[in-house]
Design a protein around this ligand. Sequence first.
Ligand code: COI
Length: 356
Amino acid sequence: CKKLSSTIQEAPLTSDVAYELADIDWDSLGFALMPTDFMYIMKCSRGQTFSKGELQRYGNIELSPSAGVLNYGQGLFEGLKAYRKQDGNILLFRPEENALRMRMGAERMCMPSPTIEQFVDAVTATVLANKRWVPPPGKGSLYIRPLLMGSGAVLGLAPAPEYTFLIYVSPVGNYFKEGIAPIHLMIDTEVHRATPGGTGGVKTIGNYASVLKAQTAAKAKGFTDVLYLDCVHKKYLEEVSSCNVFVVKGNVISTPSIKGTILPGITRKSIIDVARSQGFQVEERLVAVDELLDADEVFCTGTAVVISPVGSITYHGERISYRNGGIGVVSQQLYSALTRLQMGLTEDKMDWLLEL
Ligand code: COI
């Protein structure tokens, strides 16, 4: 576990030093925005690099009606979490991976992006400024939402003349109302999340707007969310609206390979490593929809979702159930391994944590 070494470090808390907490009901956190104290903002012009950002009181921002992000969707976001350790200290999980993914996405979306160091320093500063909002151990986490957007005004289609990098945070509990209980998915064969050569592999805001219609229709039918298939063959699994998907058969765990239409999830990548370290064989490949029929378990991974076991998948009106709707043993095992690591309850052998 890496220790914070920048100038914003404060005296470490120990178990006998009480830490300040916001006065909210920590037992009823869901995945909903709770305004906190500070946000981080850094701007730069097109063709320049980001240089100096600052913390500001959390609140609305001013944007030109003609901002690139509002008119042409020139925007990216990230998501990562901070956890409170038993001793009061705060842990960030692989923040440099989010920084790297934002840089890759920015390149695709014609935007300048913060360096990895700027990104991690800004996340650290924002979390420390809002540390009373990091839930106590076991009550949830602080969700960190970095945004990168074309904030300058444009009328004709072109990259915006100015960019804003912004971070805000919110304490959160479970993403799905089911919590760790299994979710129920449907495959929508008509709607696709991504196309080859498109932007499915980067975390651009438009990828999320485009799935709202299918997601809303699925929810109206009682499903938790939609599982998408590839748009060329309509045969291979892609991902769920907000998370990656894994299929378990015996000791083999398979997940769609990253090939431009799949979001390179950081939880996805971490679970592959955790599963391999526990003796599973993990395959990144094309996973055909038919494989769902004789899978032992299916689960989803994402920063917000963490690991969500799948209780059933409905395809062409047929419902395929897993583990009688209960939590699969592999999903449970990997969930425990990952969350214990993220909360600082097991040794950080992979050096994934940054302790603030
Ligand atoms: C995350 O898991 O952090 C995401 O970005 C998904 C989002 C829809 C909550």
